[in-house]
Design a protein around this ligand. Structure first.
Ligand code: ADP
Length: 393
């Protein structure tokens, strides 16, 4: 069966058409600058890439063009071939603990949590509505970034703040990247044919989070109420003392939103290095002797290592450690440096095994206390698999 896996942003729409159960990507693409000038779309199919600049006033038009292109490019012969559409949805609040079939009522229910994910949720839901209109009768499924983390216990998900903030305003840790961490858990559990593993999943890309998993259940994760918390990221600060916010507001004469915007977009690797949020640019600058780039990498890797050690303690000793996402899958330098900072745990990489990129691989040496793997993530596939599972029910 063919399933569309969709990630709709406020001005973009990414899709992957996947054949299941073969898990084969048939086509993929991106509609960008929707609703703003310079809009265009790209579709990759059969090793070819088609790019067209057209006006995309809204997501509905983007979806209509996508359907037409799928037919015109003979990617499908009829729209009936699309048997389900899965949508990445950032926030399901405390209510949506697993992937859910989308109906107008469910969309209404999810939009209660738009306030918790104001940049993504309304766009995710707008994308879902556009597909529901374009493909009537086809199952649409919402797959939430927060859902996998809903197994966390109060000890982990509550902040030590006035309890009424939780009761009145749902202030708590939600965690994100859940679909990726769930995929890593599934891949590793399938590989070892075990469902009782204690896994530390390190998703380090532009955004980044670690997740401690015990027998398929999340014990803790580094992102929080929003994706701003936890490790240092490409342009996000990760954890900081919140008192910095009113202090900078006063000093710079800016609003809380502007400070938080700087913590999201001008911090992390970018903020410290002053070079870029992209780890490759920062690594290149560090190699050329840029001191702040070196410091940025030092800070970044140390924070990942600190959480790794903390989660190993929380799990009472992990069985497997995994690296995934852009940096985790591709940068042998980052992996080597992070693991060398965990020497007290007895972790050791094998330089030759670590010389790998983008493939499932064991990278630790035989005398490492815990095996370390690279496990490429595939959120699109996870979304499609959930959609298939719900369509078969
Ligand atoms: P996102 O959070 O946007 O999905 P990704 O998971 O794609 O991000 O990760 C992007 C990060 O991965 C960037 O910092 C980029 O430099 C890094 N990255 C991607 N490819 C490589 C590579 N070949 N070597 C080192 N880093 C890489």
């Amino acid at each position: 069966m063919k399933i569309l896996s969709v990630n709709a942003g406020s001005s973009s729409l990414k899709f992957t058409l996947i054949e299941l159960p073969e898990e084969k990507t048939i086509a993929s693409g991106l509609f960008e600058k929707i609703g703003i000038s310079g809009s265009a779309y790209t579709i990759k199919y059969n090793g070819e890439k088609v790019k067209k600049e057209v006006e995309l006033p809204n997501h509905t038009v983007a979806v209509q063009i996508l359907m037409k292109e799928l037919l015109d490019m003979k990617i499908i012969n009829s729209l009936d071939e699309i048997e389900g559409v899965g949508h990445r949805i950032l926030h399901g609040g405390p209510e949506y603990t697993e992937s859910t079939i989308l109906t107008p009522e469910v969309i209404e229910g999810i939009s209660k949590y738009n306030e918790l994910g104001p940049l993504h949720n309304p766009a995710n839901l707008m994308g879902a509505k556009a597909f529901m209109d374009a493909l009537p009768g086809v199952i649409n499924v919402g797959v939430f970034d927060t859902a996998f983390h809903q197994t966390m216990k109060e000890r982990e998900f509550l902040y030590p703040v006035p309890y009424e903030w939780y009761e009145k305003y749902a202030v708590r840790k939600y965690g994100f990247h859940g679909t990726s961490h769930r995929y890593i858990n599934k891949k590793v559990s399938d590989y070892f044919k075990r469902d009782d593993l204690k896994i530390i999943s390190c998703h380090i890309g532009n955004g980044g989070s670690l997740c401690a998993i015990n027998a398929g259940k999340v014990v803790d994760t580094t992102m929080g109420f929003t994706p701003l918390a936890g490790i240092m990221m490409g342009s996000r600060s990760g954890n900081i003392d919140p008192s910095i916010i009113p202090y900078i507001m006063k000093k710079e004469g800016i609003s809380a939103e502007e400070v938080v915007n700087a913590l999201n977009k001008k911090s992390g690797l970018l903020g410290i290095s002053g070079v870029s949020s992209d780890s490759r640019d920062v690594e290149a600058a560090a190699e050329e002797g840029n001191e702040r780039a070196k410091l940025a990498i030092d800070m970044y890797n140390q924070r990942v290592a600190n959480f790794l050690a903390m989660y190993n303690n929380l799990l009472g000793g992990a069985d497997v450690i995994c690296f995934t996402a852009g940096v985790g899958e591709n940068s042998k330098e980052a992996r080597q440096d992070i693991i060398s900072r965990c020497a007290s745990l007895g972790l050791k990489l094998d330089p030759e095994r670590n010389n790998t990129r983008g493939e499932f691989a064991l990278i630790s040496s035989d005398d490492s206390s815990i095996p370390v793997y690279v496990v490429p993530t595939n959120e699109e596939l996870m979304i499609a698999l959930d959609t298939m599972a719900l369509s078969n029910k």
